[in-house]
Design a binder for this molecule. Structure first.
Ligand code: NDP
Length: 455
């Protein structure tokens, strides 16, 4: 007997929706289930609302800046409730678009939790359906800490729906979410403590970017409590560190990482194996240990970024139902951290590149034009990493206004194999910050063991 569906997608986030839509466009009979909200984390409690909050948080300092340009502005007051209501209206609009997209593509839509019964059978919203192939795209969830008093913390899901902005907020963690929300809350007027266990925030990023971010967080008045571990939190939101220090605050926000959302999904019954950290183990083509079951996006814990999940979903649907896989790769994926100012980065860090051989390092640090008049202490840092042997630009990093927009453009050049000479013969646009990337003439230093040994 034929199956009810050619393809059943579990999870209506960025990756799942793209995969379902493309497969249906090629004529596959597609079912798709979403238990929480269409558009998933990115649209509802991630990238999109986060960026709206970042934008909101930047107006206050922008008003102050305008005085340096002759504007006579009175001190302004922010209304958190109005911001959240406006953000919610936009998210509702996007959610509806995502759902309509599924209907419009001819998919059978289930607003329900789906669970695997076996490799071809899914229980969804009280029904049992069968499918030839299954794609798991259930994403990730914030990890709740387990120290005493952890129940007094909120997680990022909650941060988007706070009824009020408390006067004091302590954020635990030094990763993407922690530093982004530190900027949001500080920009909107809260006193923010950022508590993390490393000497600098954003472990894994280029060291010069980490240092620049550290300085810029402090310039925003964020209190950095570094090399700190939480011992406990009490009901009055008093945080005790393992070294005995006590921090008093009004709200504790734990941003201590995310994990794959595979809980009670029936993976075992369907013969789908996971890695040690609970993420679904996949091959380069998103195949799992079960031949007809695939997994894409954060649930596989590869590169947990929305455009990567979309690329995986699209490529998979093309391969299974279309003209073959789309060409894309995970080597030089540009990414951004929406702090204020933001970070944009593509390619290798200095440490990664230096481990492979000698590299030339070019760094430029300057006060952006706007702040020559605004008087705000704000610096831009730009960095290029060039492989000495091939002269290929293997990494570009920037902390500064518009960094993600600038790095998005540079990532095409870097993916296309641009050399330092290609950068140098490009004429810049004046006056911009971006032109600095094509006018870096003087090498700051050489890194990489072989280079150092030879010098
Ligand atoms: P990250 O993995 O980026 O950071 C987790 C932070 O929590 C790190 O500072 C880590 O410290 C710390 N941490 C973890 N466990 C403990 C512990 N037991 N005790 C003390 N500290 C701990 O996670 P996030 O939650 O910030 O973000 C999750 C993912 O979401 C990101 O990895 C990214 O893929 C995605 N994301 C992407 C964004 C973007 O592209 N702009 C924005 C937001 C999220 P340490 O470094 O020492 O391990």
């Amino acid at each position: 007997m034929p199956h009810d569906f050619d393809l059943f997608v579990i999870g209506g986030g960025s990756g799942g929706v793209r995969c379902a839509r493309i497969a249906a466009g090629h004529g596959a009979r597609v079912g798709v289930a979403e238990e929480r909200f269409w558009g998933g984390t990115c649209v509802n409690i991630g990238c999109v609302p986060k960026k709206l909050l970042v934008m909101a948080s930047e107006y206050g300092a922008g008003l102050d800046d305008s005085r340096g340009f002759g504007w006579d502005v009175a001190p302004a007051k922010h209304n958190w409730g109005a911001l959240i209501a406006a953000k919610d209206r936009e998210i509702d609009r996007l959610q509806a678009i995502y759902k309509r997209m599924m209907d419009g593509a001819g998919c059978t839509v289930f607003d329900a939790r789906a669970k695997l019964v076996d490799a071809h059978t899914i229980s969804v919203g009280g029904k049992t359906v069968t499918a030839d192939r299954i794609v798991i795209a259930t994403g990730g969830r914030p990890t709740r800490p387990d120290f005493p008093g952890a129940e007094h913390c909120i997680i990022s899901d909650d941060a988007f729906y706070l009824p009020d902005l408390p006067p004091r907020i302590a954020i635990l963690g030094g990763g993407y979410i922690a530093v982004e929300f530190a900027g949001i809350f500080a920009g909107l007027g809260a006193k923010v403590d950022l508590i993390f266990r490393q000497p600098l925030p954003l472990r894994g990023f280029d060291e010069d970017m980490r240092t620049a971010l550290d300085e810029s967080l402090q310039a925003q008045g964020i209190n950095l409590i570094r090399e700190a571990q939480i011992a406990s939190i009490d009901a009055h939101k008093r945080i005790t560190l393992t070294d005995g220090r006590v921090i008093e605050t009004d709200l504790v926000f734990a941003a201590l990482g995310r994990h794959a959302y595979t809980q009670d999904l029936g993976l075992e019954a369907a013969g789908v194996l996971t890695k040690k950290n609970g993420a679904i183990a996949v091959d380069a083509e998103s195949g799992t240990s079960q031949a007809n079951i695939f997994a894409i996006g954060d649930v596989t814990d590869r590169l947990n970024l929305t455009p990567v999940a979309i690329a995986e979903g699209h490529s998979l649907a093309e391969r299974l139902y279309g003209a073959g896989p789309r060409k894309w790769h995970l080597d030089r994926v540009a990414t951004a951290v929406f702090t204020s100012p933001p970070i944009g980065t593509v390619g290798l860090t200095e440490a990664q590149a230096a481990a492979e051989g000698p590299v030339d390092i070019y760094i430029s640090r300057f006060t952006p034009m706007r702040h020559t008049l605004s008087g705000r202490a704000r610096k831009t840092t730009m960095k290029l990493i060039v492989d000495q042997a091939s002269q290929l630009v293997v990494g570009a990093h920037m902390l500064g206004e518009d960094a993600p927009e600038i790095i998005q453009g540079l990532s095409i050049a870097i993916n296309a194999g641009a050399t330092k000479a290609d950068f140098d013969r490009t004429v810049g646009i004046h006056p911009t910050a971006g032109e600095e990337f094509v006018t870096m003439r003087t090498r700051t230093r050489v890194a990489g063991e072989r280079a150092l040994a030879a010098e």
